[in-house]
Write a protein that binds this ligand. Structure first.
Ligand SMILES: Nc1ncnc2c1ncn2[C@@H]1O[C@H](COP(=O)(O)OP(=O)(O)OP(=O)(O)O)[C@@H](O)[C@H]1O
Ligand SMILES: [Mg+2]
Length: 494
């Protein structure tokens, strides 16, 4: 984090300093987790859903925190008031502090801020974009999937003063959420991937989701650039919400004769035998030079056709940030999945392949992952297993979406389905009813049962795909599967 003194933090947050604050004290990092403190840290005490950070102030100070951001005065073990900046709402104060830091970073040197939203693919796109930008200048991007009122400020707290590119992921679960985040970072480039059904329950309708995601382009300043997915009608409609002084760059993963000006697209998009996307990266527009118009052939390392969209989004955002298209094309093959559990492929020595996509799940990402699994099976003649947990947060659509997904598994000709957890039971029902399946589908209640079942039945050559909502911890099963004894275990049982 940039170095800040106590007065600056009070100024940024509109807070008041306790009498015990040493006016010369400076902080060089900030976090809400008392286990992540180091000397010179600012500990932010916030009330979370399950715990109250104010209970950890002593621990944070013992771990080196020099200053606290809190909603009330607290005392240390000796009865002395902890040195703190007192604010009304710590979470909001984090946003204000982050905004202040973004200002300082911008004042120091040229900085381009790129914000990414969408119902699916944000983290994948953010990781790809950050990897590209990091070759061009100091880049700050979120850890994992940090994308909310806490994650966005925490990302900014990690930024250095000389940050050239700041990449921010933005998630939302209600109208106004994205505006709260754009108020903090004020993006120069805003990327919208898709409008899907993620968090449909809290939004009430898909229209509300589109309304909220579009807030990201409304926030653009004069000269700002909206990067919009031409293949998603609800995203394309957001072009009308781009302020007059800003402009739009389009991307499309579908090959069609380009229909729009200023379009970065994938011509001849396909996948290799290992389901790595390959395509010709092209730019169509009256300002396009000949080489960009003809394009550059690329093959990515990421797995799954759906990454074509994410790579194009990242490429277009980098292009909007003035990186030449040929440079971008040369970087695409170097990009790997940096955040965990996103189509992570492990080829075990016994010939079994684990595809761990267990970071999270919703109907769109489930279909994308299952399609990739089906294609891999078809390309290689190997047997495919889908080990699926529930998709959470679907509200009233829960049963219907699970039944539909069960049908999809059958229609994709996945060889074996293992449904994990009672919340996912409708998935089992959907598959059974669609396919008159018998042995091809199993229903188990826990990760342990799933592991046991797989250990008994998998064989060398099988591909096991694991996916479910984050809250169900299916990634623990995926982790176990990468190392557990599977085939040998089975032989022992005979
Ligand atoms: N364009 C896409 N279409 C369909 N599925 C995708 C796409 N991109 C990624 N996925 C899949 O969706 C899941 C989530 O991907 P990712 O983490 O990139 O999305 P996200 O938008 O950041 O999600 P979250 O809102 O949970 O942070 C992964 O399983 C990934 O394989
Ligand atoms: Mg994410």
């Amino acid at each position: 984090m940039i170095e800040l003194n106590a007065n600056q933090i009070a100024e940024a947050t509109g807070g008041r300093l306790t009498a015990t604050v040493d006016p010369n004290s400076v902080v060089t990092s900030a976090n809400t987790d008392s286990r992540e403190m180091n000397p010179g840290a600012l500990f932010i005490a916030r009330r979370g859903q399950t715990t109250d950070g104010h209970n950890f102030i002593t621990a944070a100070r013992q771990a080196g925190a020099t200053l606290i951001l809190a909603e009330r005065e607290t005392q240390d073990g000796l009865g002395a008031i902890d040195p703190a900046v007192i604010v009304e709402d710590s979470t909001q104060a984090m946003g204000h502090l982050a905004r202040y830091i973004v200002d300082k970073i911008r004042e120091h040197s040229e900085t381009t801020v790129i914000a990414i939203t969408g119902s699916v693919g944000k983290t994948s796109t953010k990781d790809a974009l950050a990897a590209m930008l990091a070759t061009q200048g100091p880049t700050t991007a979120p850890q994992g999937s940090y994308n909310g009122e806490v994650g966005v400020p925490l990302t900014i707290f990690t930024a250095a003063l000389d940050t050239r590119y700041l990449v921010v992921e933005m998630g939302a679960d209600r109208i106004g959420n994205i505006t709260e985040l754009t108020d903090i970072v004020r993006p120069d480039i805003s990327v919208v991937l898709t409008v899907g059904t993620a968090h449909a329950a809290s939004f009430g309708s898909v229209d509300n989701i589109a309304q909220t995601k579009g807030e990201i382009v409304e926030a653009l300043p004069a000269g700002g650039i909206a990067v919009l997915n031409a293949d998603d009608i609800r995203v394309a409609e957001m072009a009308e919400r781009v302020p007059d002084q800003a402009s739009t760059l389009w991307f499309s993963a579908a090959y069609a004769p380009p229909q729009r000006e200023r379009l970065v697209y994938a011509a001849d998009a396909a996948t290799t035998k290992n389901e790595n996307p390959h395509f010709t990266l092209q730019y169509f527009g009256s300002d396009a030079d000949e080489a960009d118009r003809t394009g550059y052939d690329v093959t990515a390392q990421l797995i799954g056709e759906h990454h074509t969209t994410n790579l194009l989004a990242a490429a277009t955002a980098a292009f909007a940030a003035d990186i030449p298209l040929d440079t971008i094309a040369s970087l695409i093959p170097t990009i790997t999945a940096t955040s965990a559990h996103r189509m992570a492929r492990t080829d075990r020595p016994d010939g079994i392949t684990i595809l761990d996509d267990a970071y999270n799940a919703n109907p769109e990402s489930m279909r994308a992952g299952l399609k990739t699994l089906a294609m891999l099976g078809r390309n290689t003649g190997r047997r495919t297993w889908a080990v699926l947990g529930p998709m959470l947060e679907l509200g009233d659509a829960h049963a219907k979406e699970h039944i539909l997904l069960g049908e999809v598994v059958v229609r994709l000709n996945i060889d074996q389905l293992v449904v994990v957890g009672s919340t996912a039971r409708a998935l089992y029902t959907g598959a059974v009813n669609e396919g008159s399946w018998g042995d091809e589908v199993d229903y188990v209640l826990s990760n342990d049962e799933a592991l046991e079942l797989l250990a008994q039945h998998v064989e060398p050559g099988d591909i096991i795909f694991v996916k479910g909502s984050n809250g169900t911890r299916l990634w623990e099963l995926a982790d176990q599967l990468t190392t557990a004894q599977l085939v040998a275990h089975k032989e022992k049982r005979k």
